[in-house]
Design a protein around this ligand. Sequence first.
Ligand code: SAH
Ligand code: MG
Length: 928
Amino acid sequence: MTAAAPTPKAVVHQRFGAKARYTVEEVREAVGGCPGLAPQTRSVYRCALDLPGLSVATPGTFLRKKDAEQAAAQIALDKLGIQPTANIPSTPQEAWDELIARISGFFIDENFLSSTHPLVGHLCVTLRRTGDLIGRIPLPAIAACDVKVNTLCKVIDHRAEFDPLLVLSLMYNAAKQSPGVSVSDSNFWIQSEKPYSPEAVELALERWSGTTKPVEVEVILVPHVLEDELKTVRINLRDYEHYMSYVAAELSAIDSSHVLVSRTIGKASSEIRLYFAAPNIHVVSDISKNALACHGDGDINWQVNKRASYICGQTIYGDALLANIGYTRRDSELHTEDVNLCTYYRILLGKLPDGNCKMSRDSILAAQLPSAYSRFSWKGLSPRDLLCSFCRLQRLPEPQFAVSRVSCDMLMSAVSSEERGAPADSVENQYTNDVRINKETPDLFKCEVNIRSRKQEILLEYSAADTWSKESDAIQNSALKVLIWFNNYFKKLTSKTDKLYLSECTDGVKIHSNIFLQEFAMCLSVYGKTGGNDSAMCNAVGPFSMDTQRKHLESTAKLTHIDGPDSGVFPSHGSLTSISYTASLVTKDKAKTYLLESRDEFEFEIGTGAVSNQLESCVTQLSVNQTACFLAELPPRDLIMAAAFEVSHDLSNVSIESCFLEFFVKVLQVTEPLEDRMEKALFSPPLSKQRVEFAVRHINELHATTLVDFGCGSGSLLDSLLEHPTTLEKLVGVDISRKGLTRAAKSLHQKLSKKSMMQTNVPTAVLYDGSITDYDSRLYGFDIGTCLEVIEHVEEDQATLFGNVVLSSFRPTVLIVSTPNYEYNPILQGSAMPNKDDEADESVGPCKFRNHDHKFEWTRAQFQCWATGLAVKHNYSVEFSGVGGSGEEPGYASQIAVFRRMMQGQEAMCLDKDGDQPYEVLWEWPNA
Ligand code: SAH
Ligand code: MG
């Protein structure tokens, strides 16, 4: 029957080519087991398959490697919903004929009984019966087990994809015409007309042992009335009955032939499905006859179960059971697994744009969808994989990525992405971002994304303005932008805002709202934002709504206690930080605590939004080895339930709203930002040290006594200057980051205390909280101003504003400004990047920027243009220099401009001592 079908591996190869990666693992398995004898072992194999956007593995093992690979490929195809296209009929009539033949085949072809088709599992239970009932199975079992039948039904009527009832109806009518099988007139039983040969039965029973011990499985009842709560139900399965009859009893269906089965939900390897009762046979047998006028027009007064329909993407009627029971190709027994409330909520979570990000990081309560992508610090599934799985779960086609090459000489050669083959239509887009145009810069990439409807109409277009030096970065960044858009949209859906405004074009995202709303109708109705026909009855996902009810985003965590001494090693912006944490639900009277989530090691980059605001705020108040506890805002109930694997039972009776969410956090390790690591790894002395030495040279040369460090951060320069013998009498630091300033205050305080015990001429020091684009008259006319690696952290116009303010108002005698040299990036990337990109085939171009907080990085020409303009305007001279490297092509790693005030008659214009003083003193030495 399947002779002409290409193997699963062949289909995977057709679709993915070399992008499909099989990993076969050999396992030694014990065989035999004679008492007294040493156990024998043999080799068996399991296989993992990685595809772009999907990874699967065989749950069981195989005797042959190639069987393991085929099985893995089959799982992937099931999951992707891909059919071997070679033998799918194209016309409804052909499909109809083939459906009839296929149904016959299951019963008249005795060889079928020795196959591994999961339907044989169903048959075997009934083959052990006697009399009339032998080999009689429920028709819906065929739909549940055989992908091909579903595909044929889809060709006959495309709506079959979303409607198990229509599939049953088509199958029933086809089965009536199938030769060799008999179908009941009053129910949905089907069996072979002739008895099977004893040999065939023997063979089948050998493969499918069919002897499951009595087992109790937990399933979830999803009532069709949204106001009714989900319920956990236990079903006892005994081996002498077909399992669907126990399901039927639970659903109060007429018998097991009236139990309809959805497609699998969640992982392809799972057998999680929704079961619901079919209406009586007259209704069903009519459906396909007048398929066009079918249900929906009141013929069936069955209620659509919105929650169930939403999670499986098919139309489910009435109360439904979510259960993990079934026969698979892999096991020779009935496979069962408990489904609890947590399973349900994780399925729900998986449909949200950030859900898989949380789950792939195994951190539902702490992890968030980061706002920026960096291939070095991104954890869990990549943005592209996340977007693909989001579309898949929303039953949309795979997203299309169109990469175009932007060459620097402005000759646009648009190249469509090799694998997606989408038309490159961006030629007319003028490349106007002059920041990165430079002769030495090789081609750059940008990536557009299209999300299409099931009918292949575009519903969302993302067109990127940003360019990237690596194709994969362009794709990942664009995928993330789209995901973030969806995430914001879903956040709006799940909040209580009354009006849902779908803006047509924001941040490069263009929405075709008609098509969009049509495709997301089910989400809208589940989350209660239909505004359409039936909004009254479906106000939420039942009483467990996704509503976050957050009034405002609390951004600082109040730590109730901090344990452990300050080790001085703290997580700073851009550093990779490893923590351990537990999150528990605590009742307000503190009588009960439920541990929801706990991680021994969880790593993230500070400043990328990879964790909740409060958690990040907690972590940045600690140093390595310190622990703290804080009470977090209560997340939506759905999220708590999804996290609560162990305690989901207990929680079903707890009023979550009257609880706290308590976090215990320990900072384990901090890895400096990539930029700093590179500066240390590649330069000796480290680049930061070289910058200090550069400043010291100018201090000595000038016999400077006063210095102001603009954007001093945590005070590394001021700190180091105290270690050098200098002429300085007054040190000042300005920054807008309180966190940085607090760190600076701590370490300066320590240093100065020590110093003043041993020396007499200790400089005074002040730290100000303020923006360097504002003038503060207390800092007028200093000997030296430094501004090291700061300007690239603000937008270009702000950098120019700072330049104007500092040279026109602060007017230091000498101003030293350093910033990364963009042209040097290829060298940094070539040598020091950790976990070098997996895509070995890509040429090593310059990396984007050294630090995700950088708003720009300039070439030498750009920096010199900026600095020269300022110098001329404000009567300064300027010289260019740098640190890191020899200074020959492509210049220094850090480029530095040294501005000198030109004497102009009597310079001391008005000192304006009492002018604006917007800065706030944060710390002072000696203490005033
Ligand atoms: N100069 C330090 C820190 C560089 S990081 C060093 O070389 O180590 C950049 C710093 O600029 C950060 O501390 C950030 O808080 C600060 N910064 C950014 N914009 C600022 C502004 N408008 N005013 C003051 N500081 C600013
Ligand atoms: Mg920087």
